[in-house]
Design a protein around this ligand. Structure first.
Ligand code: KIV
Ligand code: NA
Length: 277
């Protein structure tokens, strides 16, 4: 497999070859996703919720994103590493947006950045792409706006909102984005956007007809509890497996069942007798 670039993804869209994207937050998750053949590893700011324990993505900082992006980049081989611009970043003055994106690429070794928003961030997408930063857009449910949206709700359900989403998607493509994430929108709307854009559209809770799919690592492995949105498919109950292993270890220590003879080392014969207590 060759290094995945924006050209690879465009070709995949033209050939109707599905794009597989998954979030990764550290070296081991990146290695697993890379070895599974994922095309894109997303260092999502969802790390705020699934790794850092916040109850939204809003508190996640650029330093948080850098720390995790560096680790993911070390585990990625041919997969493209994309990292999220944190809350509010795209709304700062252009120079600051560029500087922050530069840090994610120069220090984090990300291929490019993902930015939530439509028309309101169009100029920033233009500035980033002009400066050599590949931009992945993100429309529909944009979790950084959860407080403004009033919850994690399906977007684009009525005519004005569906029309605005379609218009935003075209503007983000026009501004230079190389791909677009669509989150939590009705399948028909996601299909329409996918047909109208030349750039690949990657869906999450956006139905079957996008150019690719993305899910959160902790969701497909059920690492973060039993509650999942209906668009998630749990592939392995890894969280339960991990919990039972840790429980057994703790009980083994408390019952003196661990360590056993095979886990210990011994002094050479006769050495013990020569030691003075
Ligand atoms: O942060 C994230 O995990 C994301 C994906 C769900 C698209 O933005
Ligand atoms: Na995100």
């Amino acid at each position: 497999k060759k290094k995945v670039t924006r050209r690879t993804l465009l070709k995949m869209k033209r050939n109707q070859e599905p794009i597989a994207m998954i979030t990764a937050y550290d070296y081991p998750s990146a290695c697993l996703a890379e070895d599974a053949g994922a095309d894109i590893l997303l260092v999502g700011d969802s790390l705020g919720m699934v790794v850092l324990g916040y109850d939204s993505t809003i508190p996640v900082t650029l330093e948080d994103m850098l720390h995790h992006t560096k680790a993911v980049a070390r585990g990625a081989g041919n997969a493209m590493v994309i990292t999220d611009l944190p809350f509010m970043t795209a709304h700062l003055p252009t120079g600051e947006v560029l500087r922050k994106a530069a840090r994610l690429m120069q220090e984090g070794l990300a291929y490019g950045v993902k930015v939530e928003g439509g028309a309101e961030i169009e100029e920033k997408v233009k500035a980033l792409t002009a400066a050599g930063v590949p931009v992945m857009g993100h429309l529909g449910l944009t979790p950084q706006s959860v407080n403004q949206l009033g919850g994690y709700l399906i977007q684009g359900k009525d005519l004005p909102n569906a029309q605005r989403l379609l218009d935003d998607a075209k503007r983000i493509e026009e501004a230079g984005a190389f791909s677009l994430v669509l989150e939590c929108v009705p399948e028909e709307l996601a299909e329409l956007v996918t047909k109208h854009l030349e750039i690949p559209v990657i869906g999450i809770g956006a139905g079957r007809y996008c150019d690719g799919q993305v899910l959160v690592y902790h969701d497909i492995l059920a690492l973060a509890g039993d509650l999942h949105p209906s668009f998630v498919k749990v592939y392995r109950e890894a969280g339960k497996l991990m919990a039972s292993g840790i429980q057994e270890y703790v009980q083994d220590v408390k019952n003196r069942h661990f360590p056993e003879e095979k886990h210990v080392s011994h002094l050479k014969e006769g050495l013990l007798e020569q030691l003075h207590g």
